[in-house]
Design a protein around this ligand. Structure first.
Ligand SMILES: Cc1cc2nc3c(=O)[nH]c(=O)nc-3n(C[C@H](O)[C@H](O)[C@H](O)COP(=O)(O)O)c2cc1C
Length: 190
């Protein structure tokens, strides 16, 4: 069975470093005939500014966000695929706000029973991939830690590609070594 891979490409720059890294990663996935879908996560339209903490999702049997906007089908796909990829520029040592808007709504992909001390999630067993670029060589490790803990918490495998020295959108296009790494990562997870 070909793997199903969902990529959230979350830079507001349409043809910048994130877009290039995603293109190369997808190149690798396709070599293994994976079914890849890329969502332009910075251009989704929302009815709320991120997760409203309404907690209505916790009362549903389904793993579903009750806010009916562009994020809803993306979250549903996250529950279905084998590999979830988040690609973001480093913004003030974190993910882009555009990515966080959808990421926080992943709250709906968990069911917590605090009394029993249990957590259920369809994310368990999937692979979670972070692809990130930045100007400096400091900060990407902080971002990676956030994603690695999230993967660990959800019992997902974790992979990452971190690309420093990319202060201008377009810088990674000159990095042939990074091209090879991105393709290899795509092949590896597919
Ligand atoms: C709002 C903003 C915040 C940024 N914050 C950081 C930062 O904290 N550390 C860093 O090294 N680079 C930072 N950068 C640089 C970007 O992370 C970097 O240029 C990235 O590769 C851009 O990716 P893109 O072309 O896909 O948008 C920032 C850029 C912007 C626009």
């Amino acid at each position: 069975m070909p793997k199903k891979i969902l990529v959230l490409s979350a830079s507001p720059v349409k043809n910048g470093n994130t877009a290039t890294l995603v293109k190369w990663f997808v190149e690798g996935c396709r070599k293994k005939r994976a079914k890849v879908e890329v969502v332009q996560a910075a251009f989704l339209k929302y009815k709320s500014n991120g997760c409203t903490s309404c907690r209505a999702c916790q009362k549903l049997v389904k793993y579903e966000c009750v806010i009916n906007d562009d994020a809803k089908p993306v979250l549903a796909k996250m529950a279905e695929v084998d590999v979830i990829v988040m690609a973001t520029p480093l913004y003030f040592y974190g993910a882009s706000a555009q990515l966080k808007l959808v990421m926080d709504r992943m709250f709906s992909l968990y069911k917590w029973d605090n009394q029993a001390g249990t957590t259920e999630t369809p994310l368990r067993g999937k692979t979670f991939v972070l692809i990130a670029s930045a100007f400096e060589d400091i900060g990407l490790d902080v971002l990676e830690k956030v994603f690695a803990i999230t993967a660990d918490y959800s019992e997902m495998k974790f992979e990452s590609l971190l690309v420093p020295n990319a202060g201008e959108s377009g810088d990674v296009k000159k990095m042939e070594d990074v091209h090879k790494k991105a393709v290899a990562l795509g092949r590896k997870v597919a």
